[in-house]
Design a protein around this ligand. Structure first.
Ligand SMILES: *[C@@H]1O[C@H](CO)[C@@H](O)[C@H](O)[C@H]1NC(C)=O
Ligand SMILES: *[C@@H]1O[C@H](CO)[C@@H](O)[C@H](O)[C@H]1NC(C)=O
Ligand SMILES: *[C@@H]1O[C@H](CO)[C@@H](O)[C@H](O)[C@H]1NC(C)=O
Ligand SMILES: *[C@@H]1O[C@H](CO)[C@@H](O)[C@H](O)[C@H]1NC(C)=O
Ligand SMILES: *[C@@H]1O[C@H](CO)[C@@H](O)[C@H](O)[C@H]1NC(C)=O
Ligand SMILES: *[C@@H]1O[C@H](CO)[C@@H](O)[C@H](O)[C@H]1NC(C)=O
Length: 329
């Protein structure tokens, strides 16, 4: 839907799309509530479906409730033990929690909330089609291929992408796990508010470019977007970070690793830069890695990296691998 609102002599084009919003820090996290507010303010139909609990680090795991009621309290005790395993805000039937992982929240939105609730309920048939899935903004960055196997924010975006939906994972540098009732405000220097505006900027840019085309990104593709520290968390007055087109792998790309501490006899998690992540087989090898963009602490930049769910090796590599296995074929 696209319609024009004219006031005075100014003509503003409002694009109204259906957005499924999720995250891995829980449906009551400040970042997702700020994004919900800004995307709605921009005129979109937004359906928020996210986990009732903190599911950071659950990647694409597909967990669904095994009981009708919650066996434990949700994040921030906002939804308490014994409540139904899914439900919506009392005053907003477009904000849902689900006792699942980010990837299963996407599926729950698509297979229950939209067909069984929104479209059967009252006049709300606006969600006949999901135009875009937005995941995040996460509390903490999600950089490098290593994080594709860890981040629940990315897990939800990948799960949406392989369902044929355009999807974007957004991650912020504000890692405090904050409850919207404590922290959601209108302060223009609050990182969640700045991130929410930047999310809306990207979403609207894509939709404007889409025009009358069928979809906003090619089938099987999505974006991984990371924000630097901003506003009250920035030490260099970064309030409007510049967009840099990047790639997921490349120089400085890292993944989670183990560090063994001989004195304590314990292991710790650490990030290691692995050479294999600096290899470029696909895409535009001249682009900087997202890790190098966010790792540049003197700049005020966000990275935008495209990804595809075609995990296959390219033709040349496939040939080499097939040759190595030729005796079995
Ligand atoms: C229908 O959905 C729109 C868009 O999300 C929402 O603003 C509105 O409140 C909903 N209407 C009803 C009756 O639930
Ligand atoms: C619904 O209630 C929450 C607080 O629980 C409040 O922040 C929000 O503004 C309310 N929304 C509406 C549409 O009244
Ligand atoms: C429609 O919404 C009302 C009020 O939120 C709810 O009680 C009812 O169960 C919903 N209908 C369906 C089919 O879910
Ligand atoms: C972090 O989040 C908690 C929980 O919402 C909140 O009480 C606290 O004020 C937040 N701290 C900062 C520095 O934002
Ligand atoms: C920070 O940036 C804003 C917007 O660019 C500007 O208005 C403000 O004066 C800057 N503040 C400082 C301390 O540099
Ligand atoms: C960091 O970013 C600044 C500003 O964009 C740039 O001038 C500088 O070369 C970058 N530093 C590194 C190490 O890439």
């Amino acid at each position: 839907m696209r319609f024009l609102i004219a006031f005075n002599l100014l003509i503003v084009s409002v694009i109204c799309k259906n957005i499924l919003l999720t995250n891995d820090d829980g449906f009551a996290a400040t970042n997702i509530r700020a994004a919900y507010r800004e995307l709605k303010k921009a005129g979109h139909n937004v359906l928020l479906v996210a986990s009732v609990s903190q599911r950071s680090g659950w990647a694409g795991k597909f967990d669904i409730p095994s009981t009708k009621d919650l066996p434990t309290d949700g994040e921030f005790d906002y939804v308490t033990k014994g409540s139904p395993s899914w439900g919506h805000e009392a005053n907003d039937s477009n904000i849902w929690y689900f006792n699942g992982t980010p990837a299963s929240c996407v599926a729950f939105g698509l297979k229950y909330v939209i067909p069984e609730f929104l479209s059967k309920n009252s006049s709300n048939t606006s969600f006949d089609k999901v135009d875009l899935v937005v995941s995040g903004p996460n509390e903490g960055t999600n950089l490098s291929p290593g994080y594709f196997t860890i981040s629940g924010t990315i897990g939800a975006a990948v799960a949406a992408t392989y369902r044929g939906l355009p999807a974007i994972a957004f991650s912020g540098s504000n890692s405090n796990n904050s409850f919207f009732k404590d922290s959601l405000n209108e302060d223009p220097s609050a990182p969640s508010n700045i991130y929410a505006k930047k999310v809306t900027e990207i979403v609207n840019t894509l939709f404007e470019q889409q025009g009358t085309a069928d979809r906003v990104l090619p089938v099987g593709t999505g974006l991984n977007i990371n924000f630097p520290p901003v506003g009250s968390q920035s030490t260099k007055n970064c309030t409007d970070p510049k967009w840099v087109f990047s790639r997921i792998a490349g120089a400085s790309s890292f993944g989670p690793d183990i560090k063994y501490d001989k004195s304590s006899g314990m292991v710790e998690e650490t990030d290691t830069v692995f050479n294999a992540l600096n290899i470029c087989y696909n895409g535009d090898c001249s682009l900087p890695s997202e890790a190098s963009i966010l790792g540049n602490t003197t700049s005020c930049q966000s990275s935008i990296s495209p990804f595809s769910v075609d995990f296959g090796a390219n033709l040349h590599l496939t040939g080499q691998i097939k040759y190595a296995l030729s005796k079995v074929f």
